[in-house]
Design a protein around this ligand. Structure first.
Ligand SMILES: NC(=O)c1ccc[n+]([C@@H]2O[C@H](COP(=O)([O-])OP(=O)(O)OC[C@H]3O[C@@H](n4cnc5c(N)ncnc54)[C@H](OP(=O)(O)O)[C@@H]3O)[C@@H](O)[C@H]2O)c1
Length: 322
């Protein structure tokens, strides 16, 4: 089969579209024919050597996707050949086929196509976790959402709106304003220098926001601190784009609560994973959550998808099709 591997740590040019051995279906696993694989910043982080360093190169990139069950491993009772399934955190997903632990799979309803399902596994679970478990958005709350036209940002904005919250978005260029507003952002600030806090304070009558969602790297960190109201919440989530470095807890202002949010810490069993994914699928079926796919690339062009994502020129979710 064909797959996209990284041969060494480095830029997109280290990614190669090559022949790989067919995966074997082992006990507890399900062999899947992949229809759509999601591109995540996490994949860029792996390529840059921020994770998976204990796995030898060459290794197949990608952790997320959707497709159809081809074969069932011993001991798997909850899937049958032909089922449509989706997954997240299954390393090796930039490929035509993959053998995936059954506990990482969820069935996809008929009404949801493969690309849409693949689009919400990482970013949708992340967004729903952020707006519920990490900070339970209440009616009337105001949130600052960074990278508001990105994959997480568009889904998070809609989920905050569903819960009765209001959203101020921050994007890097004018052409993303309409995209963020279409998802429900009330105001959209264009900034790449970390100088958005004054505008946020003006828009909130000097008080600041109840919650900031910031995965945008060190440039935004201090502005995000300044934009939070007293005893507000700082949801930091961007390991790949970088953090603020060591923090002196006594330097944190206004009795804010701050934490690094990762959905896997709350959604850590197959039951929780399936329940939360089904909730996302229900929202999509009802029409209350719209999934915006900003780019569909042949699997062979995964390196171009990585370069485009890192260029800040894309919006929504990027998908690879084997
Ligand atoms: N903690 C978790 O559980 C979790 C889960 C998923 C993702 N993440 C993190 O969330 C971040 C977004 O990842 P994603 O895969 O979900 O993609 P995404 O939400 O689609 O993010 C893409 C957005 O990131 C911004 N961006 C791109 N390059 C940038 C750069 N060099 N510097 C600053 N901003 C840049 C762009 O927004 P603007 O150009 O408009 O700023 C772009 O729209 C990453 O840091 C990732 O590690 C964390």
């Amino acid at each position: 089969m064909k797959a996209v591997v990284m041969n060494e740590i480095g830029g997109p040019d280290t990614m190669k579209y090559v022949d790989q051995p067919e995966p074997l279906v082992t006990p507890g696993h399900v062999l899947v024919d992949i229809a759509a694989a999601g591109v995540n910043f996490m994949d860029i982080g792996v390529r840059q050597g921020m994770a998976w360093n204990d796995m030898p190169n060459p290794k197949i990139l990608g952790v997320e996707g959707a497709g159809r069950v081809l074969a069932i491993g011993e001991g798997v009772n909850d899937f049958t050949v032909g089922d449509r399934v989706a997954w997240v955190y299954a390393p090796g997903s930039y490929a035509e086929r993959h053998s995936i632990p059954a506990t990482s799979l969820v069935k996809v309803p008929d009404a949801i196509d493969d690309r849409t399902a693949a689009s919400v596994m990482m970013q949708g679970l992340t967004a729903s976790h952020f707006a519920t478990d990490f900070y339970s958005v209440q009616p009337g709350d105001i949130a600052l959402v960074h990278a508001a036209a990105g994959g997480v940002g568009l889904l998070l904005t809609q989920i905050i709106r569903m819960r009765g919250g209001r959203v101020i978005g921050r994007v890097s260029s004018e052409d993303k304003i309409a995209v963020a507003k279409h998802a429900g952002a009330e105001h959209v600030i264009v900034d790449i220098k970390g100088q958005f806090a004054d505008q946020v304070l003006r828009l909130t009558g000097g008080e600041g926001v109840n919650v900031v969602y910031d995965g945008s790297g060190p440039t935004t960190f201090n502005g995000s601190l300044a934009a939070i109201r007293r005893s507000g919440t700082f949801c930091w989530y961007g390991p790949v784009l970088g953090g603020p470095g060591p923090l002196d807890i006594m330097s944190l202002p206004k009795s804010i609560k701050i934490g690094y949010a990762t959905f896997f810490d709350h959604i850590h069993t197959a039951e929780l994973f399936r329940a939360r994914t089904h909730q996302l699928f229900r929202w999509i079926e009802e029409g209350s959550l719209k999934v915006s796919i900003g780019g569909i690339y042949p699997l062979a062009d995964a390196a171009r998808a990585h370069a485009d994502m890192a260029s800040r020129g894309t919006t929504g979710k990027l998908i690879l099709t084997p």
